[in-house]
Design a protein around this ligand. Structure first.
Ligand code: TXA
Ligand code: MG
Length: 327
C-alpha cells in the first residue's frame, strides 16, 4: 500500500505523536519531525543515515514565530526575511537557548525558514511546534522533488508522505549566514544570487565548491552544510563544457545525457533528458532532480551532464551538478 496521502490532519496527528512525515515544500520534499521531540529528531538522523554533526533547518509558519527560535535578527536578515519569506531562503541566526542542541549540532546558530507551499503552511498552522526538516533523501543521494521519490527511498521507514505535487522550484533553499551582522552565502540555491544582492548589496560566497578543497576542509566545522560530494546519482556522472568531446570519450558505453538545451546529433546516446526547450532556468531547476532520478534508473555506464550558463539559477544548478559529479 502506498504511504502517499493528501491528508493534512493525519500528518499533523503523526507529527504530534513524535513520528516523522515527509512534507512538500517549494524546493524539495523534507523529512519532518517536531523540533522539541528528541525521539523524532534522532529518527530523522537515523532514517537519513545523516551524521549528527550536520545540523537541521527549522521550518516555521510565519515571521511572528521567529522570536521563539532566534536570539537576535541583524538588520540585513530582517530585510531578506521581508523580501523573500515565505520562500526559498534559509537564514542562519543566533539561536535561543530553548532550541535543542541536536537540531543545531551543538552550534550557537540555528537555520530557519518559512517554506512557500500551501499544504505545508496549512500543516504548520495546525501544529503548536515548528518542524525540523532536512531534504527527504538518504545522506548524499539525490534530493526528492516528487512524493514518489520519497516513497521509493523510505517506504519501509516512515508512515506517510504528505503529497503536495511536484516541487515548483526544484533545488534547495539558498542558505545565508551572518558574520559581524554581514550576510554570507553558505549554500547557493533556489533564490538566485542576483536577487539577494538586489536587497542587501554585494555578498560573499562561502559555498565550498566555489572555494576549492583546502579552504573547504578548513571551513568544514563552521559550515557543515557544504559537503563536497552530495546530491549524487549511483551511476558515475560527469559535468562537461564540451558535450561532443565527452560523448566521444565514452564511446561504446551506455551513455545518458542531461542537457540544458537540445543538441542535434544523438548518435551513440542511449538516454537523453533535456531540461528546458526555451533556455528557461526556472524550468531547468524544477526538472533537475527528477531528471537525475530518471537517469539513475536506466542502468547506464555514465551520465554526462552539460554545464549551464553561470548566472542566476544556472549558478545554483551548476553547484549541484558539481557536487553530484565529485568522485
Ligand atoms: O530547501 C531546503 O532548504 C530543504 C527543504 C526541505 O526546506 N531543506 C534542506 O535541508 O535542504 P538539508 O538538511 O538537506 O540541508 C540544510 C543544510 C545542511 O547542509 C546543514 O549543514 C546546513 O543547512 N545548516 C543547518 N543549520 C546550520 C547552521 N546552524 N550553520 C550552518 N549550516 C547549517
Ligand atoms: Mg539535503
Amino acid at each position: 500500500m502506498s504511504i502517499i496521502s493528501k491528508d493534512i490532519s493525519k500528518a499533523a496527528a503523526l507529527l504530534s505523536n513524535e513520528e516523522l512525515v515527509a512534507i512538500p515544500t517549494e524546493t524539495v520534499y523534507g523529512l519532518a519531525g517536531n523540533i522539541y521531540s528528541e525521539k523524532a529528531i534522532k529518527a530523522i538522523f537515523e532514517t537519513k543515515q545523516r551524521p549528527f554533526f550536520n545540523p537541521l533547518i527549522v521550518h516555521i509558519p510565519s515571521v511572528d514565530y521567529l522570536d521563539q527560535i532566534v536570539a537576535s535578527i541583524p538588520e540585513k536578515a530582517q530585510l531578506l526575511a521581508d523580501a523573500f519569506w515565505p520562500g526559498p531562503i534559509t537564514l542562519v541566526l543566533k539561536k535561543k537557548s530553548t532550541i535543542p542542541d541536536l537540531i543545531t549540532a551543538g552550534k550557537d546558530t540555528v537555520a530557519v525558514r518559512i517554506p512557500n507551499h500551501p499544504t505545508t503552511l496549512e500543516l504548520l498552522n495546525q501544529l503548536d511546534f515548528p518542524l525540523a526538516a532536512p531534504s527527504a533523501n538518504p545522506f548524499n543521494r539525490i534530493s526528492p522533488t516528487k512524493a514518489e521519490h520519497v516513497e521509493d527511498y523510505f517506504r519501509d521507514q516512515i508512515q506517510m508522505v504528505l503529497d503536495g505535487g511536484p516541487c515548483k522550484k526544484g533545488i534547495e533553499s539558498t542558505i545565508i549566514g551572518f558574520e559581524n551582522d554581514d550576510p554570507i552565502i553558505y549554500r547557493l540555491g533556489s533564490t538566485p544570487l542576483e536577487a539577494i544582492e538586489a536587497v542587501v548589496g554585494k555578498i560573499e560566497i562561502k559555498n565550498s565548491t566555489a572555494l576549492g578543497i583546502e579552504s573547504q576542509k578548513k571551513m568544514a566545522p563552521s559550515a557543515p552544510g557544504m559537503l563536497e560530494r552530495h546530491y549524487a546519482p549511483k551511476t558515475k556522472t560527469v559535468l562537461t563544457d564540451n558535450l561532443q568531446k565527452s560523448i566521444a570519450q565514452y564511446q561504446g558505453k551506455r551513455i545518458g545525457i542531461l542537457l540544458y538545451n537540445d543538441v542535434l546529433n544523438d548518435d551513440g546516446i542511449d538516454f537523453k533528458i533535456v531540461l528546458t526547450q526555451g533556455r528557461n532556468l526556472n524550468e531547468a531547476a524544477s526538472k533537475l532532480y527528477d531528471a537525475l532520478h530518471q537517469l539513475d534508473k536506466q542502468d547506464l555506464d555514465i551520465i554526462i551532464a552539460e554545464r549551464l550558463p553561470d548566472y542566476g539559477l544556472g549558478k545554483s544548478i551548476n553547484d549541484r551538478l558539481d557536487r553530484a559529479t565529485k568522485p
